[in-house]
Each structure stands twice: as structure tokens, then as C-alpha cells.
Write a new protein. Structure first.
Length: 182
């Protein structure tokens, strides 16, 4: 599996992974009607904008299978709330279900952390829905739970937790070691 920095021409494929991952991950949690309403063509302009306007400050990395298809992505940048003792943020990691549990998330996180460290980010925050099984991925990397908020998705309220790693260098070392063990 190859991981590389995303380019503008990847926006449709990233949007496709984003939508399909939501449908796979949140089925049974979020209303099916809402999941059915999600469309690649609605999400693609957001990714085009991100990849055009802030590709250096908010890097996006993609995982590409041997057939050249994008099967996952991760997006990073500056921590958005200012409420937590973190300067960087992992905005999202989404991987198609078929490719999960193959250390792709670790590889995307490793490459993203390398870029964030180059940009002098010393700490990292991520938000995760408490009902999302992927929460265990983040918890395995031993973050501190920094807070919890309620968010609304399709008229239903969900608890979301903020996790912080205070030392991005240490997190990078841990991720790299886990990636190499795979």
C-alpha cells in the first residue's frame, strides 16, 4: 500500500472514500435516511477547496492500493477550537472497510505526523464519536481524554470525545514502531 500527499485531482476519489466510509462506519448509528442522502458530488467541492487553498498548512495524505485506487485518506492541520492544550489536529482518517485493520491508518498517521512535525506542531488532538468502533484505534496510542461534547447528526445527539497527545514526537515514535511491527 502506497501513501502519498493528495493532489487536487484526487478530490473525487477522496470524496468517494469519505462518503462510503461514513456509510460503512455509521450504519446503525446514524439514520439510514441521512446516510442515503450523502453524495460524492456534494463532498467533492469541499475537498477541492481544501486541496487548493491550504495544501501545505492542512495536508491530506492518501493510501493507494496496487491498482492505483485511493482506499483511505487522512487530513491534518491547526487545532480549530483553541480550547485544548494542542496546536495540531488530526481532522480525519477514513479507510474503506475492506482495507481496515491492515495498518493503513497507522501509515497515514505516521506520514501526517512527519509533516506536522516539519511544520513545528508539538501536540495533536483528534475528535471521535464515542459510539465509533475506530475509537479503539486512537485509544491504543494512549492519548489523554481532554473533553467531551455533544454534537447533532441528522437530528440525533451523539457524544464526541477529544483526545490529545501532548508530545507529537513521542506519538510519531509510537506509531512508527507499531507500523514496523506489522
Amino acid at each position: 500500500m502506497k501513501v502519498r500527499k493528495a493532489a487536487i485531482e484526487d478530490s473525487a476519489a477522496i470524496a468517494g472514500v469519505h462518503i462510503k466510509s461514513w456509510k460503512e462506519t455509521y450504519q446503525g448509528l446514524v439514520s439510514q435516511e441521512y446516510l442515503d442522502s450523502l453524495k460524492v458530488e456534494d463532498r467533492q467541492p469541499l475537498w477541492e477547496k481544501s486541496l487548493t487553498e491550504t495544501p501545505d498548512k492542512s495536508p491530506v495524505f492518501v493510501a493507494v492500493n496496487p491498482e492505483g485506487e485511493i482506499v483511505g485518506f487522512a487530513s491534518f492541520g491547526k487545532e480549530r477550537t483553541g480550547k485544548f492544550h494542542a496546536d495540531g489536529e488530526l481532522y480525519a482518517i477514513y479507510i474503506l472497510k475492506k482495507y481496515q485493520r491492515k495498518r493503513i491508518g497507522l501509515k497515514l498517521l505516521e506520514v501526517g505526523l512527519e509533516e506536522m512535525l516539519r511544520q513545528k506542531y508539538g501536540s495533536m488532538l483528534v475528535w471521535v464519536l464515542n459510539d465509533n468502533e475506530s475509537r479503539k484505534f486512537y485509544e491504543s496510542l494512549q492519548p489523554e481524554k481532554a473533553g467531551e461534547e455533544k454534537i447533532e447528526i441528522a437530528g440525533k445527539e451523539f457524544a464526541e470525545s477529544a483526545y490529545v497527545w501532548k508530545d507529537s514526537k513521542l506519538l510519531h515514535k509510537t506509531v512508527k514502531e507499531k507500523t514496523m511491527r506489522g
